[in-house]
Design a protein around this ligand. Structure first.
Ligand SMILES: *[C@@H]1O[C@H](CO)[C@@H](O)[C@H](O)[C@H]1NC(C)=O
Ligand SMILES: *[C@@H]1O[C@H](CO)[C@@H](O)[C@H](O)[C@H]1NC(C)=O
Length: 430
């Protein structure tokens, strides 16, 4: 409303001044207003893209239509990209083509989950759902592509926009890296929607923020027989029971109490009848640690304990760390300097009251693979809004997104990249 009262020449003057301030590297409220204003003008487009992706969720490494949609929008915008990487992934590039190079990343895959939210744009693919906000992540990065492209003459370097497949368990990031997604990038930013932070706010933290994660499965093999004659069989049920109890002592007795690790046995399968001792029992679960080394140590001990406990009970254990179908993820560790950059840009764009400290979580995120190679920050972007029902945790079939996050995320990606390049002119001429 206020802008309507400002005479036209004043608005023009404001735009000129804000562009000037951007060039000079002083970023202020006028800059924030300019970027958020552009992003908000794209709101309807962003919402329509996000809804298309939401209605047509695709699982890891099958994101063909999602990828095609992104490419067709980039084509319309006249933005060039490399495709395919890691089957369905792509990398768009905007800017001078010279260093410094900064990367922004979004993930495209959905979850094997049946959506239980009844609304006009409910998932059309049975048993598949964007229940982790990747539809929003992808849309926000596409929004940033549009904004950065509009502002490309001011970009003092190059932005690589990475649209990757298979964040959910497929380690899509590691495949993207092998196929050259990072190029000469020297820093990377990614964001994940958070249902505990209000829309319009972000949360960030330096150091470890998300866990290194792996999975395991063990088959404990004994000798089946009649339950009335236990001495003629070798009971894998008992062996599995001792094994699970012994596993629980790894965290409580062997890990520094000030370090964070998780070991959860999440299933036991074995036996068919009350009077038969089965020949084998299968158990499986997940291991997590806030350090990658901690995870390796835990994996090593889990193997030893399962084999040892099986042997004590005259059984044999076959252990599978499931590295083929569920590759281990390293810990997600945010770079201290880049964290300060996120904090600063967040304050400029959203106001100091909307930049908070993130909580560490023992969930995994394959963004960690990029951070093993170059400094990066994974930040949380708020979507909590009780009015629209955006109050459910990711991976819930009731998960529902406050679409007001879309322009905020597009603007934030844009400002993170643009200001980063402005601050890192050292790379030029090297
Ligand atoms: C992908 O698009 C094609 C063509 O529009 C459609 O037939 C197919 O069902 C879509 N697949 C998914 C998984 O959405
Ligand atoms: C929640 O969404 C409603 C409807 O879009 C909006 O009016 C309200 O300002 C939002 N609240 C927050 C906290 O973002």
């Amino acid at each position: 409303m206020v802008t309507l009262l400002i005479p036209r020449f004043m608005s023009i003057l404001l735009v000129c001044l804000s562009s000037l301030s951007a060039i000079q590297g002083s970023y202020d409220q006028a800059y924030a207003k300019e970027i958020l204003g552009s992003a908000n003008r794209d709101r309807d487009w962003l919402v329509s893209i996000r809804r298309k992706i939401h209605e047509n969720p695709e699982l890891r490494f099958e994101e063909h239509n999602t990828s095609a949609l992104i490419r067709s929008e980039l084509d319309k915008l006249g933005i060039s990209y490399t495709y395919p990487l890691a089957k369905t992934g792509l990398v768009a590039q905007i800017g001078s083509g010279s260093p410094p190079v900064v990367a922004l990343r979004a993930d495209m895959d959905a979850l094997p989950l049946q959506e239980l939210v009844e609304w006009e744009h409910k998932s059309k693919n049975r048993g598949k759902m964007h229940g982790c906000g990747h539809d929003a992540h992808t849309t926000m990065l596409l929004g940033a592509a549009k904004l950065l492209n509009q502002r490309k003459d001011n970009l003092k370097g190059t932005v690589r926009l990475i649209f990757q497949p298979a964040e959910e368990g497929g380690a899509g990031a590691s495949h993207m890296i092998k196929e050259g997604a990072l190029g000469d990038s020297e820093a990377i930013f990614g964001m994940h929607v958070s249902y505990t932070a209000a829309t319009g706010s972000i949360e960030t933290l330096p150091g470890p923020v998300l866990a290194a994660v792996s999975f395991f499965e063990a088959k404990i093999v004994g000798k089946g027989g009649h339950a009335a004659e236990p001495h003629t069989s070798v009971d894998p049920v008992l062996a599995a029971s001792f094994t699970m109890l012994a596993l629980q002592q790894l965290i409580s007795r062997e890990v520094d109490p000030l370090e964070s690790q998780v070991l959860s046995v999440t299933y036991v399968r074995g036996g068919t009848a009350s009077n038969i001792i089965p020949s084998y029992v299968e158990i499986g679960g997940t291991l997590r640690s806030l350090t990658t080394e901690g995870l390796h140590q835990l994996q090593h001990r889990v193997k030893e304990v399962i084999e040892g406990q099986a042997a004590v009970h005259r059984c044999k254990a076959y252990i599978d760390m499931r590295e083929e179908d569920m590759p281990p993820y390293p810990a997600c560790v945010n770079d201290e300097t880049l964290h300060r950059h996120v904090d600063r840009v967040g304050r400029i764009l959203l106001g100091p009251e909307n930049v908070k400290v993130a909580n560490k979580v023992m969930a995994g995120e394959d963004f960690a693979f990029y951070q093993e190679l170059i400094p990066g920050v994974m930040l949380s972007i708020g979507i909590r809004n009780e009015t629209v029902g955006s109050i459910h945790s990711p991976h819930s079939p009731h998960f529902f997104l406050d679409e007001d996050v879309l322009p905020v995320g597009a603007a934030l990606h844009t400002a993170l990249a643009e200001i980063y390049l402005n601050d890192h002119q050292h790379a030029i001429g090297l």
